[in-house]
Design a protein around this ligand. Sequence first.
Ligand code: ARG
Length: 478
Amino acid sequence: MTGHTLWHGRFEGGPADALMAFTASLPFDVRLARHDVRGSQAHVRGLARVGLLSTEEEGTILDALAMVGTELAAGTFAFATSDEDIHTAIERRVTELAGPAGGKLHTGRSRNDQVATAFRLWVREALTGVAHQVLGLQGVLLTRARQAGSAYLPGYTHLQRAQPVPLAHHLAAHGWALSRDVDRLVDTLGRADCSPLGAGALAGTSLPLDPAETAAELGFSAPFDNSLDVTSDRDFVAEALFALAMLGIHLSRLGEEYVLWSSSEFGFVVLDDGYATGSSMMPQKKNPDIAELTRGKAGRLVGNLVALLVTLKGLPLAYNRDLQEDKEPLFDSVDQVGLGLTALSGMIETCTFDVAAMAAAADDQTALATDLAEILVRSGTPFREAHAIVAALVRASLSGSGSLAELVAASPHFGHGDDAAAGDSVRGLFEPGAAVARRASPGGAGLGPVAAQLERLEATIEADRVRLAAIEPADPIG
Ligand code: ARG
């Protein structure tokens, strides 16, 4: 039998070992320790403000909480077998240290509002941390895009070579997807920004507590409006899990490209030795494990989201013990995304792009078919007709009648009769890299528009840094 829990008074005897083994959450919610202490400090000050604690009692409990914080940080906190979760462990220890005053800590409070408060504080810290890491990866992509200069590679649709695009444009594309992830994380934090403290078990309390004051003290914008809702609301956890799953899916798509690009078949990138792995049997192998695991872990991130959604489905108001299942999925998703972002950022920062191999693949003349059709359009040919003319030339080239450039040069549609301008235009197009140098449409894959785009991406990253700074608690949980 385990020792007595904080709620044993109503029960005869202690809890069965099997009950504790199955229901205890201490092994994982110990991660909420600092946030629980922080919530308890705010609660104690609130109790003192309305006269439920004397100034002396307030001081005694705050000193005990500070000591608990020190013990937890130093790893000297002694857990008892009766500690069901971090919240009861901290209250037990405060009571040991503070004597009778410690018995007043839980006045007007339930673990239901306490857990929700600590978890929201943790989520604020964790998601701002992830968002900063995303900004870091965006910064790496931006730097590599600037370094790429006028390098270009084939752009693909259906994984078939489609049109040449600047490498910078490709790198920045992932940067923009990541900016939506930052946006989602910030948005999630907006809805997590509500203090549950004062909601009690489900109904508030008959004591004169002021949830607005404790909310402000904890850096929340507002207290809850409905005690039943806030003690059972885990929307913010589900949203965080979705934001992380979507981010993980973006990382998996990025990772997949490095798996392809580092293969001999593509040969577009060489990974730094520090960011690649070898084979235990095949001495020649150099494998892109970071990129593969980024891809692989996305499944787990989606699983964590689905696990919580299924847990929440059909739960009646208000708190149910099922809600204890909210933490492990989010801890796991935050950890995995954090590790992945660090590894992937390092991998991309240190890799070597083989721009000659990229250019050789992109200089495939048939990739210029769309640009050829557009040259005809410029001199008045309807696009559908231009498409058919170029398609016929491509078909002839593929059946061995000559290179596309030769067939175009001989074609009556290009540069003959009245259309000398098209002739000049078409000769230049077959120069390596000409297609991307010429392309001018805003947001498109031309060198001019890409330069402007990189400025906007940098400004977006900077603006997001400012947004995050505004969310971060003025008094971080130490
Ligand atoms: N460890 C629990 C959780 O995370 C604490 C809440 C228990 N509340 C209760 N009313 N039994 O949900």
